[in-house]
Design a protein around this ligand. Structure first.
Ligand SMILES: *[C@@H]1O[C@H](CO)[C@@H](O)[C@H](O)[C@H]1NC(C)=O
Ligand SMILES: *[C@@H]1O[C@H](CO)[C@@H](O)[C@H](O)[C@H]1NC(C)=O
Ligand SMILES: *[C@@H]1O[C@H](CO)[C@@H](O)[C@H](O)[C@H]1NC(C)=O
Ligand SMILES: *[C@@H]1O[C@H](CO)[C@@H](O)[C@H](O)[C@H]1NC(C)=O
Ligand SMILES: *[C@@H]1O[C@H](CO)[C@@H](O)[C@H](O)[C@H]1NC(C)=O
Ligand SMILES: *[C@@H]1O[C@H](CO)[C@@H](O)[C@H](O)[C@H]1NC(C)=O
Ligand SMILES: *[C@@H]1O[C@H](CO)[C@@H](O)[C@H](O)[C@H]1NC(C)=O
Ligand SMILES: *[C@@H]1O[C@H](CO)[C@@H](O)[C@H](O)[C@H]1NC(C)=O
Ligand SMILES: *[C@@H]1O[C@H](CO)[C@@H](O)[C@H](O)[C@H]1NC(C)=O
Ligand SMILES: *[C@@H]1O[C@H](CO)[C@@H](O)[C@H](O)[C@H]1NC(C)=O
Length: 880
């Protein structure tokens, strides 16, 4: 009895405890079941099953940057609701959000101030996605964007996370078959699968129509070229408002009038982005149904033809219109825009449209973004721009404008506080720019007025206000005068090349402390290089090519320790080649002293120039021998190149924006003076031709296996051609003509498979020209002027001629298989190949964090970026 009583009490007691706990749970939900650690924030909320699922998920990731250090089984880490990227419901304590996407991590990372951000391409690699993830049945928000799942399949169990509202997997490198189980996620409102490698998203008809709650869909850069009915499929989604299908190879949909009747009238698209597809103008039949709801329309880079579509004039809600890069034709007038009072962003560039507005037209809109490059707007300067008060981007380049630059233009700019980019280049704009008291301040401005007919003096206010100023190919005759003490500390980049600037170079560069790039080439400057140029302490590119400069290089230039590109070719400079070029300027990549009056010998200190890529001393009076230490030029001793261009990346004063500037250099390539820009990074050359060099060609030069061009012609070089010359496997051009070289031609020379231009004429070479392993395609002139030389393509050797024993063709063991495609080959091809190259090597240059910035800016400020990045992105994504 007594025992029974105690047992009964015991049971009652336990039941009481349970009731108390349950009561507590009701009163304070955060004290829920099964949790061990009472932390300062209260009791651990996390469910063990969910914690284990997350830990299993973590095991499938390679977390090189230790971003998931908060995830663990250790006692103080038990509460998975506090882990990075996790959110739990306040009410149920279940995990509702798993966000390891790029934007989240980028912010978290920025907070932690981790290093290496700039070079980071992925935060995580995904080995596999643990099936335990389906334990997270309450998950509403899943963002794994930009985790590199290296082409693995998106697991079918994703379709079991039936509570998902938001699924973001952009650039997550999923591949293989796309799981149609995604069609079970009927609550999904937001789906972003852009830029993966799925093999069959074209099965979209089997899953997409089930997602009836979807409001946002982005399938950009998935191949949908095999889905002729894509439009019907997206039209079945009654709540869809935002549709982005960029670069999907979309075929133009067949639109019958019956299709249009079947359109669910509850659809109301606000955002339609179908850029970079194969659409034709029939798409406007469909778009016209949404004339009241469309806010954002992008159909750029398609195959749209015909006149400007009238339906656009009815789209009264439009805040963004991009029709650029299509083949429209005809004339646009005021009436086309009369209904577009909300328009903020207008892109019609690279269409063949003619914009013909009356000079008194007052548009109904105020634009932020004006992109009308390569439209026909001329011959008069568009007067309606006067009414636009606050744009941050204006591109009316190449628009056939042949007029005087109106003075109101600067007045207007000075009242546009956000202005960031102005491009009036490539027109016939005339007149002078007076330095009125304009209060034009644009610390992050990029101003391109190049290729016009502007004349007079470059006004100081421009130099004061902008961060980059492109004024090349005009008729400016004077630089800012001394009367204006200017502080141009915002100016990062000044290009005044190809103008009519004359007189002595100004002598007050101390005001240009932050200048990175100064290009004064192709002008008429006379006199000496002023010593104050040495105060350009940030300068990376200094180009004074093709002027009338005299005297020695001022030694103050050795303070310009950031100098990468130094071009003073085509002047009348003289003196010894300074030793400090090799000692003080460790980043020097391009050094051009060509066509001056430099004399003396090449100082051995120049062998310290580990970064040098182009060394051009040709056409001077340099004597002495070629230094043996040349093999110390480590960049030239490396084959290939990490980038296609020689570029500078810099922030404008605001710090948020970054810009790219690509260097250009002129070189004599195969007898022709050519400018290189888009392939400059590939040019690795030593040109010492037309000097008075004597002695032998040091055999050490054959260690410079990256050399694409070696020109030692027109000197007094003696000795023989070393058989090691065959090591120079990257050579495209070898010119040793007009020297005193004797001996035989080594067979190894013909083992250089990419050698496009060879000149050995006018030496003392002898013996039989080796036949080598490849066809002899060289002209006789290559060997002319060597009386003792015989064999193909010269006259045959007489039988008694002592011919050297056949030498084996030397081939490097480590030679690439694609020896045929040498850098020289690319250089010769020039621009044409650049597009293809980006697809392969672009990521070396444009790493993830810049892409991030690009997207971020797109989302936030809109794309403040230099267009180049945008078009690069487009190309790269198309390649994917
Ligand atoms: C509970 O977790 C906190 C950190 O959240 C830790 O500092 C504390 O030591 C843990 N307490 C117990 C009893 O494990
Ligand atoms: C959940 O809790 C946080 C912080 O305690 C609070 O800011 C938030 O509003 C709560 N959310 C809900 C839905 O109660
Ligand atoms: C949805 O899930 C059910 C099982 O719950 C399955 O039978 C069906 O095939 C799934 N549907 C799709 C479209 O995957
Ligand atoms: C897209 O897929 C089609 C066939 O499925 C194929 O012919 C085409 O080459 C693909 N396009 C790209 C850019 O991969
Ligand atoms: C249009 O959408 C509504 C609501 O989702 C749906 O009930 C209806 O069947 C749809 N009509 C057509 C023709 O698809
Ligand atoms: C959908 O498009 C509208 C109009 O462009 C935009 O305002 C909105 O932010 C977009 N929604 C999302 C989720 O991006
Ligand atoms: C949209 O187009 C329809 C005809 O397709 C027209 O009746 C309607 O007035 C237009 N709406 C606006 C706002 O222009
Ligand atoms: C400036 O305009 C010229 C001519 O349109 C163009 O070639 C050049 O790339 C532009 N420069 C910049 C930095 O935008
Ligand atoms: C080779 O270069 C290194 C640094 O790049 C320098 O320290 C060394 O003195 C150079 N050697 C010669 C012989 O110039
Ligand atoms: C080359 O050397 C020879 C004699 O050694 C001399 O006559 C000739 O002028 C020299 N040529 C040059 C260009 O220095």
């Amino acid at each position: 009895m007594e025992g029974d009583g105690i047992r009964c009490l015991n049971k009652l007691f336990r039941a009481l405890i349970v009731v108390v706990i349950l009561l507590q749970c009701v009163v304070n939900p955060s004290l829920s079941l099964g949790f061990n650690n009472i932390s300062s924030a209260g009791v651990t909320r996390c469910f063990e099953r969910e914690r284990e699922a997350l830990l299993a998920f973590k095991l499938g990731l390679v977390d090189d940057y230790n971003l998931l250090s908060s995830w663990g089984r250790e006692e103080h880490k038990q509460d998975c609701c506090n882990w990075a990227g996790i959110h739990c419901s306040n009410r149920t304590n279940h995990v509702t959000q798993l966000n390891l996407g790029w934007y989240y991590l980028r912010e978290a990372d920025a907070l932690q101030q981790k290093g290496q951000q700039e070079s980071l391409d992925y935060y995580f690699q995904g080995k596999m996605m643990s099936p335990k993830l389906i334990e997270l049945q309450h998950l509403k928000y899943l963002d794994l964007s930009s985790i590199d799942f290296t082409g693995t399949q998106l697991p079918y169990f994703i379709g079991s996370l039936s509570n998902l509202r938001h699924l973001s997997l952009w650039e997550a490198s999923f591949g293989g078959r796309f799981p149609s189980q995604v069609g079970n996620l009927t609550r999904l409102q937001y789906l972003d699968l852009r830029s993966n490698h799925f093999a069959n998203v074209e099965n979209m008809n089997s899953w997409l129509p089930h997602l009836s709650s979807l409001t946002y869909l982005d399938l950009s850069h998935n191949n949908l070229s095999n889905v002729p009915d894509w439009l019907e499929v997206v039209n079945k989604l009654p709540k869809l408002t935002n549709l982005t299908l960029q670069g999907c190879g979309l075929p133009s949909p067949v639109i019958h009038s019956s299709t249009l009747f079947n359109i669910n009238s509850s659809n109301s698209f606000a955002h339609v982005d179908l850029g970079s597809n194969q659409l034709t103008s029939s798409i406007f039949l469909w778009l016209s149904k949404y004339n009241a709801s469309l806010v954002h329309l992008n159909v750029s880079y398609n195959q749209l033809t015909g006149l400007f579509p009238d339906v656009i004039g009815n789209m009264s809600s439009l805040a963004h219109l991009d029709l650029s890069s299509n083949q429209f034709e005809g004339v646009i007038s005021e009436s086309h825009f009369s209904g577009l009072s909300r328009l903020r962003s207008l892109s019609l560039s690279s269409t063949s449209l003619t914009l013909n507005f009356h000079s008194t037209w007052v548009p109904p809109f105020q634009l932020d973004y004006i992109n009308l490059g390569s439209c026909k707007m001329g011959p008069h300067f568009p007067n309606w721009l006067r009414t636009q008060k606050s744009y941050w981007r204006l591109d009316i380049s190449n628009a056939g404008i042949s007029d005087i630059l109106p003075s109101w233009f600067w007045e207007r700019l000075s009242h546009a506080p956000k202005i960031g980019y102005v491009d009036l280049s490539n027109n016939q704009i005339r007149g002078t720019i007076t330095n009125s008291q304009i209060n034009f301040v644009c610390f992050s401005c990029r101003l391109n007025l190049s290729w016009n007919q502007l004349e007079g003096e470059v006004p100081p206010f421009l130099l004061k206000a902008s961060s980059s100023l492109f004024l090349s190919h005009n008729k400016f005759s004077g630089l800012f005068s001394l009367l204006f003490p200017i502080n141009a500390s915002n100016l990062r980049l000044l290009d005044l090349s190809s103008n009519h600037l004359h007189g002595e170079l100004p002598d007050y560069w101390t005001h240009f402390k932050n200048l990175l790039v100064l290009d004064l080439s192709d002008n008429l400057f006379l006199g000496r290089i002023p010593a104050t140029m040495g105060s350009l302490s940030s300068i990376q590119t200094l180009n004074l090519n093709n002027n009338g400069l005299v005297g020695e290089l001022p030694s103050s230039l050795k303070n310009c320790t950031s100098l990468m590109v130094f071009d003073v070719g085509e002047n009348k400079l003289s003196g010894l080649i300074p030793e400090w070029l090799g000692v003080e300027l460790p980043n020097l990549t391009i050094l051009i002293l060509r066509s001056n009056h430099f004399y003396g010998s090449i100082p051995s200190q120049l062998c310290n120039m580990g970064s040098i890529q182009i060394l051009d001393f040709s056409m001077n009076n340099i004597s002495g021998s070629i230094p043996k230490c040349l093999n110390n030029l480590t960049n030239l001793a490396l084959r290939g190149s990490s980038s296609l261009t020689i570029s500078h990346y810099y922030n404008a004063a605001s710090g948020v924006l970054f810009f790219i500037y690509e260097d250009e250099a002129s070189l004599i390539w195969k007898g022709i003076m050519s400018k290189y820009k888009s392939t400059l990074g590939l040019v690795k050359s030593i040109h010492l031709s037309s000097n008075r060099l004597t002695g032998e060609i040091p055999s050490e030069i054959t260690d410079l296996v990256g050399l694409v061009s070696l020109n030692l012609s027109r000197n007094n070089l003696t000795g023989q051609i070393t058989p090691k010359v065959g090591k120079l496997q990257s050579l495209d051009l070898l010119d040793l003509s007009n020297n005193q070289i004797h001996g035989i031609i080594p067979t190894s020379l013909f083992g250089i498979s990419g050698l496009g231009k060879l000149d050995l004429s006018n030496n003392h070479l002898s013996g039989k020209i080796p036949t080598g392993s490849q066809l002899q395609t060289y002209e006789p002139s290559v060997f002319a002027g060597n009386p003792l030389l015989c064999g193909i393509p010269l006259q045959t050797c007489s039988p008694d001629e002592t011919t050297p024993a056949e030498q084996p063709v030397v081939k490097n063991q480590d030679e690439d298989n694609d020896g045929f495609i040498t850098p020289g080959f690319y250089v010769t091809l020039g621009l044409g190949f650049v597009v293809g190259f980006w697809g392969v090597c672009g990521s070396l240059i444009f790493n993830r964090s810049w892409r991030y910035m690009y997207f971020k800016l797109l989302n936030g400020l809109n794309d403040w970026l230099y267009v180049k990045v945008a078009s690069f992105m487009q190309r790269r994504m198309l390649d994917e």
